[in-house]
Write a protein that binds this ligand. Structure first.
Ligand code: SF4
Length: 334
């Protein structure tokens, strides 16, 4: 993937970002068929990035977050490496369905190796990542790493934790109860059995292997949750009024609210695919992402087409207008 520098950032910063990116990609692809992070992610994203690497670009200013994460990891690794009782930044491998998988653990703590480990994952993140609890992919990642440890002879892994280091924490907001009480937070992650983890690994590898054999346009689209799509909302509307009388999370609730309080009809407002719009590097070469990134005068028709691709339909002109506004106002159209 080519790196651009639209802000004209100074060379040392741009080179530092490029080095972080290069090291990340090398470490993830090194000596393996697929990295754990890629395995857990959607096959469509990984295949498109792999096949269209030369066509894709990423601006240096969009990956500053990676530099922050890397700085924290470097310092923690430097301090913890060699300390008694800690296994730090270890890359591990496992074979599944004929593929060699690789994954790196951040830090595993043990009092006695035979008594087992506590595996921690350091995350430099926004507070929003922590407010809704660990995401399913983080739970999967830690459990898979625990399985890699078992397979590589490191003894039992008894507990898993995410250690959040918040990059946007505010003491004022914490005092108002809007942010976590401290800038670091440790969250226990549910553990899976070895059988459950191996079944998960097997299913993920099969999915990626199948995608590798398909043409771009035949690979299944990322699911709504993989597109970080919010749940749809149901708007109780009144003819002649532009805004909704009430927005509700289900059609049943919207219908019963309308029966009690009035309104003429209900519009569906689909959740916007946040990842496709703002965070997917493969969007310019993805059939779904391309539709969303087209210029304004083509957007509405293309949006309808892309929703049809995923089997969803907008049910009224008002829904179309609302979705169109949301997408266009985000400035995603070139
Ligand atoms: S644009 Fe959306 S659907 Fe396409 S690869 Fe990216 S996340 Fe998946």
């Amino acid at each position: 993937m080519k790196q651009t520098n639209v802000l004209g950032l100074e060379a040392p910063l741009v080179h530092a970002i490029a080095a972080v990116r290069r090291r990340y990609e090398e470490s993830h692809g090194e000596k393996s068929d697929i990295s754990l992070t890629t395995l857990i992610g959607p096959p469509l994203i990984s295949e498109l990035k792999r096949r269209h690497d030369d066509e894709l670009t990423e601006d240096a200013s969009d990956v500053i977050y990676a530099l922050f994460g890397s700085l924290a990891h470097e310092i923690l690794r430097g301090v913890a490496d060699g300390m008694e009782g800690y296994l730090v930044e270890k890359r591990l491998y496992a074979n599944v369905r004929g593929w060699k998988l690789s994954g790196a653990l951040d830090i595993a703590y043990y009092r006695h190796q035979d008594a087992g480990y506590r595996l921690d994952d350091w995350k430099v993140v926004s507070v929003w990542e922590a407010l809704n609890g660990p995401k399913p992919d983080k739970t999967a990642q830690l459990n898979c790493l625990a399985e890699f440890m078992r397979r590589n002879g490191y003894g039992p892994v008894n507990s898993l934790r995410l250690v959040y280091l918040f990059r946007d924490w505010s003491k004022r907001k914490a005092q108002r109860g809007e942010h976590p009480p401290t800038q670091v937070q440790m969250v226990d992650v549910p553990t899976w059995t070895s059988e459950e983890t191996n079944a998960y690994l097997d299913a993920r590898v099969r999915l990626h292997q199948e995608a590798r054999a398909l043409r771009d346009d035949a690979i299944p689209l990322c699911t709504p949750s993989e597109r970080w799509e919010a749940e749809p909302a149901y708007a109780v509307m009144k003819t002649g009024r532009k805004s909704a009388l009430r927005l509700l999370p289900t059609l049943d609730e919207a219908e019963s609210w309308k029966a009690k309080n009035g309104g003429t009809h209900i519009d569906v407002r689909p959740g916007e695919p946040t990842r496709c719009l703002s965070f997917c590097a493969a969007a310019p070469v993805c059939r779904f992402g391309k539709e969303l990134l087209k210029p304004k005068d083509e957007l509405l028709e293309n949006l309808k087409a892309s929703l049809e691709i995923q089997g969803t339909a907008l049910n009224s002109p008002k829904s179309e207008e609302h979705y169109y506004d949301k997408v266009f106002n985000r400035g995603t159209a070139p």
